[in-house]
Design a protein around this ligand. Structure first.
Ligand SMILES: *Cc1c(COP(=O)(O)O)cnc(C)c1O
Length: 380
């Protein structure tokens, strides 16, 4: 997609915030052998893959997690040499790429191993595929649900040690951000029961997403898949406010007024002419719309101009939206959609609540048309 560098709308990403969030988690882990693999899927949750990877590595990440093979390869192309785990299912047909780039893959069935074996065994110079076995302890997404099949997979790997290296075993919790831990404990017990069927533990045993590491640290294995908390956002939204360390949000979103006018009472604004000015009003236009990921559902919410909340009036267009200003402001005045202005702040949680979703979806939905500007890493 063409990036709008010449339009005054941009995402600002504070790499120091990412650095600090990881460092704070590392302090929690002091005295343990547990390492952090930051989760960089979906363009690092919309923050930008490579600059986040760089900040994370500087902060002490031991490896990375991504969702799909292409993301892992993008990191390799950028010369990141640390271990990279693909959390989703990789097609067995891509196994040569996996081996050539030393990517660790998630395996959730014996069938997958058999398919990969058919391919790897025919390669001229095979190298072991690094495997993390996924256990479905109650998430219901991917992974072994049956102890017999899990043991069969383990045996298959050990029998074909020339082709497979068992690097890890893991599970994923569905309710680690829920104050009621009943289901969490059920999952934990199921995972431990599955783990117990293996004759030996692989190098990495991992269960912790951000929520688990923040609120169930006692369950941590020896690898943390640190996602949303690295970006400075509370995994629970605002359900659980107690945190072991403050999370520092890395992302803000800014634009500028590009057109300002006074309209008379009764004037209509936007598609469908759904808004009508009650009195004479100052209306500003901002160059961001739903094509940038600012959903039409945000109509009626506010943005910040000079520390004041201004309502988005009329329907949000593909590329522009209109706001009601308390007074005349010049073209070029800064508008904050996410972040601070004066004493006011719009958090991603506020945006998510207004749009009836979670902040994860808001940040991942910010489109590639928005330029990402990085405030560089301090010298640590
Ligand atoms: C996305 C993902 C994570 C990270 O989750 P957060 O809630 O962002 O910490 C961890 N593990 C798996 C398997 C995931 O898919």
């Amino acid at each position: 997609m063409t990036v709008g560098y010449l339009r005054p709308t941009r995402i600002l990403v504070d790499q120091n915030a990412i650095y600090e969030n990881i460092q704070n988690e590392l302090k929690e882990l002091e005295g343990t052998e547990t390492v952090i693999f930051p989760v960089l899927k979906a363009n690092a949750y919309g923050h930008g893959l490579l600059p986040v990877a760089q900040a994370a590595q500087a902060a002490g990440a031991a490896g990375f997690c991504v969702a799909i093979l292409d993301e892992a390869l993008a990191l390799r192309r950028a010369n990141f040499t640390v271990p990279i785990l693909v959390l989703g299912i990789t097609q067995p047909s891509e196994i040569e790429l996996v081996i050539a780039n030393q990517i660790s893959v998630t395996v959730g069935s014996l069938e997958w191993l058999q398919a990969a074996y058919q391919i790897v065994q025919r390669m001229a110079y095979p190298q072991p595929i690094h495997i993390h076995l996924s256990v479905d302890s109650g998430m219901g997404r991917i992974g072994f649900r049956d102890a017999t099949e899990l043991l069969a997979a383990y045996t298959f790997i050990k029998t074909h040690a020339k082709y497979f290296d068992l690097e890890g075993i893991f599970t994923h919790f569905a309710t680690a951000d829920d104050p009621d831990d009943t289901y969490f404990q059920e999952q934990r017990a199921r995972f431990n029961a599955m783990l117990a069927v293996l004759p030996e533990r692989p190098r990495f045993v991992h269960v912790s997403n951000s929520a688990t590491s923040l609120w169930h640290a006692a369950c941590n294995g020896n690898l943390i898949r640190m996602g949303i908390s690295m970006y400075g956002l509370n995994p629970s939204g605002n359900t659980i406010s107690k945190l072991p360390y403050p999370l520092k949000p890395a992302l803000s979103l800014e634009s500028e007024l590009v057109f300002v006018k006074k309209v008379q009472a009764g004037s209509k604004i936007g598609y469908g002419a759904s808004y009508e000015a009650v009195t004479d009003e100052w209306i500003g236009t901002i160059p961001i719309g739903y094509a940038d990921g600012w959903s039409r559902r945000m109509q009626g919410s506010t943005v910040l101009v000079n520390g004041q909340r201004c309502e988005i009036v009329g329907r949000i267009c593909m590329d522009q939206l209109m706001i009601r200003l308390p007074q005349q402001y010049p073209v070029g005045t800064k508008v904050v959609l996410v972040g601070r202005s004066g004493d006011e702040e719009i958090t991603l949680q506020e945006v998510a609540e207004y749009a009836d979703t979670i902040h994860y979806e808001i940040i991942c939905g910010l489109s590639d048309r928005l330029p990402r500007i990085y405030t560089g890493l301090d010298q640590h």
